[in-house]
Design a protein around this ligand. Structure first.
Ligand SMILES: [Zn+2]
Length: 276
């Protein structure tokens, strides 16, 4: 109870609201993680920013622009802005993990009065579409322990077979760092090809695999489907932060995941703006 500061920390100056929240992971700078961040609700400035040229069609860049405007303070690292409309440098939001970015975004939406999120998904067997409204406040938030490194160890079920100088080795054990805003922006540049995005994301985040010297996109591309599925799954399950997914059972008997799509929020805003 004592470690739930969110409830009591809302401050208002006139009708404006800001909130100090504790990041699930924290902004990591030279080994220190800064976890207390103050955010403002969105304004027309943000709507213009995400609809403008700087964001293009890249949702992740849109998120970066919202964050560097709405974040008002990073306790211990960046003092409170004098002018709330000013933007921090983009590198701030690019360094944040995707986990913290999504968490902050949900807080910013909540300050603006968006209390519900839509969870949606499609049954891979019968193609039935599932939609369910959930309250942001009901989504569980998992925090990464203070004294643990921000990485995930894994062991591939199949492994990557590499033959060098006549010796064949199978590399299975690896370590992955958490994806950041920078990774997300880069992935956003690659278009809709999920396989290409997957290769780019995992080759950037996997810091070691067996005794390979380098884990490049080619290495990830050569992984068997079972290993690729496994990697997606551990990323979803092992990452801390807002639990944005859950498993539902379809009427056809198949279990599958439904997910919150946070970018749907500003997709909606964007189309609202266009009407006027
Ligand atoms: Zn089904």
């Amino acid at each position: 109870m004592a470690d739930d500061p969110q409830e009591d920390s809302q401050q208002s100056t006139g009708n404006e609201i800001s909130d100090t929240v504790r990041l699930p992971v924290g902004l990591e700078i030279e080994g220190t993680r800064y976890r207390n961040v103050t955010v403002d609700e969105m304004s027309g400035i943000d709507d213009h920013n995400i609809a403008g040229k700087k964001a293009g069609n890249n949702g992740a860049k849109g998120v970066t622009l919202i964050l560097i405007r709405c974040i008002q303070e990073v306790e211990g690292h960046l003092p409170r802005k004098q002018n709330p409309d000013k933007m921090f440098d983009r590198s701030l939001a690019r360094k944040l993990t995707v986990v913290d970015r999504d968490f902050l975004l949900s807080k910013i939406f909540q300050l603006g009065g968006d209390t519900e999120a839509l969870m949606a998904g499609q049954c891979p067997r019968c193609e039935a579409v599932w939609e369910e409204e959930v309250l942001f406040s009901e989504l569980e938030v998992v925090e990464w322990p203070e004294d643990e490194k921000t990485e995930i160890s894994f062991e591939l079920p199949v492994g990557l077979k590499v033959t060098e100088k006549g010796v064949t080795k199978i590399h299975t054990k690896g370590i992955m760092r958490f994806p950041t805003g920078k990774d997300q922006e880069l992935a956003g540049e690659l278009g809709d090809n999920a396989a290409v995005v997957f290769d780019a994301m995992f080759s950037a985040c996997i810091t070691s695999l067996g005794d390979l010297e380098q884990v490049n996109r080619e290495a990830i591309r050569r992984l068997k489907s079972r290993d690729r599925r496994y990697l997606s799954q551990i990323l979803q399950e092992a990452l801390p932060g807002l639990r944005q997914w859950k498993i539902v059972k379809c009427s056809c008997g198949k279990n599958f995941d439904i997910n919150v799509d946070l970018t749907a929020f500003f997709g909606g805003r964007r189309s609202t703006e266009k009407k006027y």
